[in-house]
Design a protein around this ligand. Sequence first.
Ligand code: GAL
Length: 383
Amino acid sequence: MNKKLGLTALGASLALTLSACGGEGAGSTNDTENAAPEDLTIGVSMPTETSERWIADGANVEDQLEGAGYQVELLYAGDDIPTQSQQIDQMIAQGVDALIVAAIDGTALSAQLQNAADQDIPVISYDRLIRETENVDFYVSFDNFKVGVAQGTALLTGLGITDEEGNPTGATGPFNVELFAGSLDDNNAGFFFDGAMSVLQPYIDNGTLVVKSGQTSIEQAATLRWSQETAQRRMEDLLTSSYNDGSVVNGVLSPYDGISRGIITALQNAGYGPTQDAQPKPMPVITGQDAEIASVKLIADNVQDSTVFKDTRLLAEQAVAAATAYLEGEEPEANDTETYDNGVKVVPSYLLPIETVYQDDIQSVLIDSGYYTAEEVAAGQTD
Ligand code: GAL
């Protein structure tokens, strides 16, 4: 009798140990399944409010979580890595039941996330993959390599080297282009640059595209913290060092609208533009990403050539769906379980589609879908 009891107790404690090890996935021992949403809090950590896209992301995630009945703790980290670490520590100390994190530096959160794992708090990596830790449960983002391909293709199309389907037109240039990449501590930067170079490199190799500065590596092209000012300064330096012989820049690969605006300012200060039709130095073909409202106006005004639209409403929806699944004791649905290796494991992901937006697409893609109103586009700012 005693022996039997002992065995049962052993079995029970073994089962407990096993589930505490995360055998059933994060959140399973945090007994959130039986709680009402209003008794659960989700911590949302966003990188910066200097970029309009992250403000929209934070607001969308917050609205949708609150719509589902949850409490939300939303904090912005001012693009400062120690601030983000400390905010996440604080949310864990406050007892959040799940975390949604868009990291500033994808490798800087290991200690915080170990802490989260120890308390069975599921962690969802939002748009930027959190690296070098096993304690990230799920990743929601877009197809980031395809974003780069779209940017490279838009540059070729804008220069008239290919048509919109990517078919060569026979134009051989040569066209002078310069290349910008994002922040190297953001896992996405490599995907964007590699995707773009996968379509640009053949045209660099055959001399159709000329990078006069010679700066073709991602390290040379990188922009710390995706900073508009840093990009402006680098463009100014490139103009001074490589274009003071009367030659002009015909195109610039830019991975993000904020960087594009820095590039545009540098070019305008050097006598380019103001538009792509202006003479004697037309604004070069400049790409972008995020369809930020200020840049959509620049596209409408024929200053910037294109952007890549990523619908942050849908991204928020996926983040909320993933958090809800964990809190209900289930696994979220992934549509990619191969691409996003964070250095420790492949993180199951849900990747959303992207869309290139040229001037002609603003109405159908951004206004008809309700992302912006025509008035907001005309004003270059949201209400
Ligand atoms: C990346 C993101 C881009 C852009 C950039 C700068 O992580 O994928 O869409 O927003 O950050 O904020």
